[in-house]
Ligand binder design. Sequence first.
Ligand SMILES: [Zn+2]
Length: 111
Amino acid sequence: MGNDDWRRLLCPKCKQLKTTCTCPSEPPAPSKSTVVRVGRETKRRGGKGVTVISDLPLDEKGLTELATKLKTRLGTGGTFKDGRIEIQGDHRDRVVQELEGLGYRAKRAGG
Ligand SMILES: [Zn+2]
């Protein structure tokens, strides 16, 4: 606890302090107080399941961009609707990693 605080001050790309970093900003600066939830749903997909990302502090454009980015990185399909991103398959651990790499606080949720 608290050990990760310094990491949030660093740019995930160049590892410089964000105040000195010159990288183009990623998705519209995520709200640091928001924890993104990464859960799973199996009901509608014949048991295979989808990874559901909710509580994202993004508008529709931001969601579209993030969904595209995650699909590319994970090499799988996905969609977004009702303010949530759904990625095909159970990729919760990877999705949490990717989100944290983008500067979000992400938490694996559900079973
Ligand atoms: Zn940077």
